[in-house]
Design a protein around this ligand. Structure first.
Ligand code: NAD
Length: 474
């Protein structure tokens, strides 16, 4: 079952609402999928596998490339849909849609250069090592970056010759449906990509438990990832778990302060702070802390919060009222305990059309104790906690004092400082003088509780293939 972008026409299934987080207006409805729908999707994917997996890789790649071209041509329309359902500023949505195209462009040509192996092995004869697709795969994604996360799974899975059943999050399924429709219109055979919308408990778990699915690639929270790993274990599925993070950013005493301020603002407030690799903890050297915090405060206070479709808006709303409630409770608890100092923000913007949306002000909290909940938990919203550190040893110790290990950044002009931090901070990706950029060529994934496996890069393709040995006696 491929649910296409125009599925609402004549749809008799039970549906759920998708609402605009900036205005609370209804954007559209999506089908409330069932375990039976997942079963039908897996059957369709299984049937499509024979044809798709034996297509010359170049022919598979051509379809992905054509889809990428259409996505680029329709990026404004797709970005408007993404902003409507997810809330991010329009320009961020345009960048994400182009990112979807870029990932497909990257993967489309790679499988054609994948070669197997050959060995002469007397007395056994000739040994061939072939790469074969895994079969039907499952993909489960969250709502924060639906287009790019869909691309990270669809690109390598389909390029390698697998078929896929994908479940978007309930809060933002519409852009994924539209992108799947474009792939189909670009020539993707029926059954190769199947999108089933609906809840994690029903649709997500039906995917992770289905015996015919050979791999599940999951992106979401650590707790959900644990459940996915347990549900996948009885049928021995491969799992890729891309989970939460609490990325530290370290600003050294020799950093370019203006660059670091911009990096912190983009790193934390991009996508309203709802990014896995956002700057979630900031450690600044004591000797430059005063100047850095003064300039950072002014910059954060200048950010325009509003409907992402409006001109000049830097930050949209949180995904929904429940996410905002969680943030309000968290910051209020910190305030009540008298922990730290809220330098700017710390609440909901008043009046001016903000009432209907789930907006929260960009917030800076300084002078926090190192055991503050703002450092120990993943805060998924626009709140930046800052602490000072005495030197690099102190900074690295603080950076590592977490169960997470997704990303980290160090801001310095000294290459030795940068390399030491890159070696000693336990994270899947360490940026130097930048944060958040993830080109498709670079592997992404976590250490510690941030996950298992990697996405992106050419090796992501290998993770959708298995090696098979063939021994030939002459
Ligand atoms: P979530 O774990 O609540 O949901 C993610 C997806 O899993 C959704 O589609 C949901 O419906 C589904 N799901 C829920 N319960 C399930 C279950 N029991 N079995 C199978 N599927 C289930 O996460 P979220 O709140 O939507 O997303 C935010 C989280 O995602 C954050 O922790 C963020 O850091 C993380 N994230 C990680 C990366 C990465 O690359 N590491 C990227 C983006 C987001």
């Amino acid at each position: 079952m491929l649910i296409r972008g125009e599925w609402t026409d004549g749809c008799n299934e039970e549906t759920f609402e998708v609402r605009n987080p900036a205005t609370a207006a209804l954007v559209d409805r999506a089908p409330l999928g069932s375990a039976e729908d997942v079963g039908n999707a897996v059957d369709a994917a299984d049937e499509a596998l024979n044809g798709w997996s034996v297509l010359p890789p170049r022919d598979r790649g051509r379809i992905l490339f054509l889809a990428a071209r259409t996505v680029r041509n329709r990026s404004a329309e797709l970005a408007a849909l993404l902003t409507a359902e997810q809330g991010k500023p329009f320009q961020e949505a345009v960048d994400e849609i182009r990112g979807f195209a870029q990932v497909l462009e990257y993967y489309h040509a790679l499988p054609a250069s994948l070669h197997g192996g050959y060995l002469t092995l007397p007395p056994y004869g000739h040994a061939l090592v072939a790469h074969r697709p895994l079969g039907v795969c499952g993909a489960i994604i969250p709502w924060n970056m639906p287009a790019i996360l869909m691309a990270w799974k669809v690109g390598p899975a389909l390029a390698a010759g697998n078929t896929l059943v994908l479940k978007p999050a309930c809060a933002a399924p519409l852009t994924c449906l539209a992108l799947a429709g474009i792939l189909q219109d670009s020539g993707l055979p029926a059954g190769v990509l199947n999108v089933v919308t609906g809840s994690g408990e029903t649709v997500g778990r039906a995917i992770t438990r289905h015996p015919a699915i050979r791999k599940v690639s999951f992106t979401g929270e650590v707790e959900t990832g644990r459940q996915v790993a347990m549900d996948a274990a009885p049928t021995m599925k491969r799992v890729t778990l891309e989970l939460g993070g609490s990325d530290p950013m370290i600003v050294c005493d020799d950093a370019d302060i203006a660059d670091a301020v911009e990096g912190a603002v983009r790193g934390r407030f991009y996508n309203c702070g709802q990014t896995c690799t956002a700057v979630k903890r900031l450690y600044v050297f004591e000797s430059v802390a005063e100047e850095f915090i003064r300039r950072l405060t002014a910059r954060i206070a200048s950010l325009q919060v509003g409907n992402g479709m409006e001109e000049g808006v830097d930050m949209g709303p949180l995904i929904n009222g429940a996410a905002r409630e969680r943030l309000i409770r968290l910051v209020d608890a910190v305030r009540k305990r008298g922990e730290g100092r809220i330098v700017t923000g710390g609440g909901v913007p008043g009046g001016g059309g903000y009432e209907r949306g789930s907006f929260y002000l960009p917030t800076l909290v300084t002078d926090l104790p190192s055991d503050s909940v703002l450092f120990s938990e993943e805060v998924f919203g626009p709140v930046l906690p800052v602490a000072t550190v005495s030197d690099l040893d102190d900074a690295i110790e603080q950076a590592n004092s977490t169960r997470y290990g997704l990303g980290a950044s160090i801001w310095t002009k000294n290459i030795e400082t940068a390399m030491r931090a890159a070696d000693e901070i336990r994270a899947g990706i360490v940026w130097v003088n930048q944060h958040l950029r993830i080109p498709p060529e670079v592997p992404l994934g976590g250490v510690k509780e941030s996950g298992i496996g990697r996405e992106n890069g050419y090796r992501a393709l290998e993770r959708y293939l298995e090696e098979r040995a063939i021994l030939i006696k002459p």
